[in-house]
Design a binder for this molecule. Structure first.
Ligand code: ZN
Length: 236
């Protein structure tokens, strides 16, 4: 793993700022437009990102106190909170987005090194040290800044973050069923292999497109023969 804790802390702060800047000044009309995720308006997505900060603040509290406070009480509750957020007025959503981000930043700033090393459990059921929290937040704010469909693209994201994202997803996809693909980032020389049952397909393109493809987002990657890169199963 090439990313460091310091990398994730800085990506989390910069990505949060980018996400907040992207929605700054939006009124009802912009908030009610569709986002890049099927069936969701931007209100759904902003509610999800605000709820994610609250959920990660629960993990920060768990690390700080030792009291088990999971990210979400249940997946049903998680989805209900997004639906409830999707009908909030724009100003209320914007306030929640800012306050939840501030709470998370304040919570992490107060953790001691012992508390950072405390184990917590993610919404996917993985047991991780609290030092993983800034990475979880980085992924959410940067990828969803693109999903806002408001002019941010994967090519705008920090190159180090894109490489770390590709590492993370390729590692997780290695355990799941899917096509066998050898990916190469033409601009950085990095390579990732997704093992599957069939013969491997070689796919080469810019790092930003490789990361978008791995994340299951729209991309322009093709095989050497000019065919679209093989479709991947759902990731998260
Ligand atoms: Zn998300």
């Amino acid at each position: 793993m090439r990313r460091t804790f310091e990398d994730a802390m800085s990506w989390s702060a910069a990505g949060t700022e980018r996400f907040l800047d992207t929605v700054a000044g939006w009124g009802e009309e912009q908030y009610l437009a569709p986002c890049g995720l099927p069936g969701w308006t931007r209100k759904h997505l902003v509610a999800h990102v605000a709820a994610n900060a609250d959920a990660l603040s629960n993990l920060v509290r768990w690390a700080a106190t030792g009291e088990k406070t999971p990210m979400y009480s249940s997946m049903g509750q998680r989805n209900a909170d997004i639906e409830a957020g999707s009908v909030k007025p724009a100003a209320e959503l914007a306030a929640w987005l800012h306050e939840s981000a501030d709470r998370l930043a304040a919570g992490t700033a107060a953790l001691s090194s012992d508390q950072w090393n405390a184990e917590v459990v993610t919404a996917q059921g993985r047991t991780v040290p609290a030092t993983e929290i800034p990475w979880l937040r980085s992924r959410e704010v940067w990828v969803h800044a693109v999903d806002l469909a408001a002019g941010v693209s994967f090519a705008d994201l920090p190159a180090g973050f894109l490489a770390a994202l590709a590492d993370d997803i390729a590692g997780k996809r290695g355990d799941a069923a899917g096509p066998s693909v050898v990916l190469a980032a033409a601009d950085t020389g990095d390579r990732w292999e997704l093992s599957g049952e069939d013969d491997a397909t070689a796919v080469t393109g810019p790092l930003a497109e490789v990361a978008a493809y791995l994340a299951g987002r729209p991309h322009a990657l093709t095989t050497a023969g000019g065919f679209p890169a093989p479709a991947l199963p759902a990731w998260l």
